[in-house]
Design a protein around this ligand. Structure first.
Ligand SMILES: C[S@@+](CC[C@H](N)C(=O)[O-])C[C@H]1O[C@@H](n2cnc3c(N)ncnc32)[C@H](O)[C@@H]1O
Length: 349
């Protein structure tokens, strides 16, 4: 492969360690530090120091010893290591969610993707990896200082500007319709407070069949985004999920889940753009006597509105079934025995 056809940044990940590169040092107790190699520099701890020159020119994966005999294993950080240790302004999308976004939104090499907000640029790095040098990622961010942090992180990771990346400052919903041709975008990726405010802009720029994926932190944002997409009608039925990753401790006979985990990061929601003028098919549900009104999504106290059992999707139980259950319960008490059912232990509907 000639150097011009090597994907951007790939050459940075191979060969001996070079000045200016970030290197992750792991000591014998598993403690990690990331340093940037500088000729003549040193990594100081309260237990001696390690000259950077001992690492520059050495192969990746080498083990080096500091001035008082402490050993370190030296490796280039992976994308997931880099994202968790890079400078942050806004909260970043964790690698587990970035992986889901790239795969579930089907972001392919050469794709045209728009993203907002750019925040610290963590997700931008994964999106650039997925679209590749021949793809297109335009990131929109309303706060200039966040865009500056993101630019620094992306350029550090790829070793310079990425050929597929551009950043615009401003609100996504205002800017994207000025910068992208209608129907020209394959994927819209939103990680922001109020994705529902972007509905019209997304519908304008997304190509028919294009995927809109949202990452939101709370259930209230998830619900409002899903209902807005559903009510709009220009998209498929939204799909929502979250992912949980639990690490395992695997050592000898001590094989068990880790005691701690990152239990909540965010929720993901996707929908696809339908062809212009088409009304989407909505899954047939049982007709609900309770209609969901926009204000019900915001009424958390006071007037109950649609907040009754049927409104939140609980199955209605007929009076006849209730009378039978009461009779069964009374006879169970008399017999002093319970009948096991396949549903035993499950939450009753
Ligand atoms: C949680 S951060 C994004 C983090 C980013 N995805 C990452 O992985 O580093 C949310 C960002 O969205 C920006 N933002 C919120 N609403 C926006 C809008 N309508 N248009 C553009 N940027 C917006 C905020 O300024 C903030 O930087």
């Amino acid at each position: 492969m000639s150097s011009s056809t090597i994907p951007h940044g790939a050459d940075q990940r191979r060969g001996p360690l070079r000045p200016g590169e970030r290197v992750q040092l792991t000591d014998e107790k598993g403690r990690m530090n990331t340093i940037t190699l500088t000729p003549g520099g040193a990594f100081h701890t309260h237990r001696g120091f390690l000259p950077h020159d001992d690492l520059i020119g050495a192969p990746e994966g080498c083990v080096v010893t500091n001035t008082i005999g402490h050993k370190y294993q030296a490796l280039r950080p992976l994308l997931s290591d880099f994202v968790l240790s890079m400078p942050r302004g806004a909260a970043v999308v964790y690698p587990k969610d970035a992986g889901q976004i790239v795969t579930m939104a089907d972001i392919f090499p050469g794709a045209r993707v728009v993203e907002a907000g750019v925040g610290s640029g963590a997700l931008s790095i994964s999106l650039l990896r997925a679209v590749g040098d021949g793809g297109y990622l335009h990131s929109y961010e309303r706060r200039e200082e966040f865009a500056d942090i993101a630019r620094g992180n992306v350029e550090t990771f790829f070793g310079g500007p990425h050929p597929a990346w551009s950043v615009s400052i401003g609100d996504f919903q205002d800017e994207v319709v000025k910068k992208e041709q209608p129907g020209s975008v394959d994927h819209v990726v939103l990680d922001m407070l109020a994705p529902w405010e972007c509905l019209d802009a997304v519908a304008t720029v997304l190509a028919p069949g294009g995927v809109w994926i949202n990452y939101v932190a709370t259930v209230t944002q998830l619900s409002r985004t899903a209902e807005a997409i559903r009510a709009d009608g220009r998209f498929t039925e939204p799909a929502s999920w979250e992912s949980m990753v639990r690490g395992w401790h695997v050592e000898g006979l001590a094989v068990r889940p880790d005691h701690r985990m990152v239990a909540h990061t965010g929720f993901l929601l996707t929908a696809r753009r339908l062809a212009e003028g088409v009304t989407g098919l909505t899954p047939k549900r049982r007709p609900s006597k309770t209609e969901f009104a926009a204000e019900d999504g915001q009424a958390w106290a006071g007037d109950a509105g649609a907040w009754n059992a049927e409104g939140i999707g609980e199955r209605l139980v007929s009076d006849k079934k209730l009378r039978r259950a009461a009779k069964d319960a009374a006879s169970t008490v008399q017999r002093g025995a319970f009948k096991d059912t396949p549903e035993a232990g499950q939450r009753p509907e």
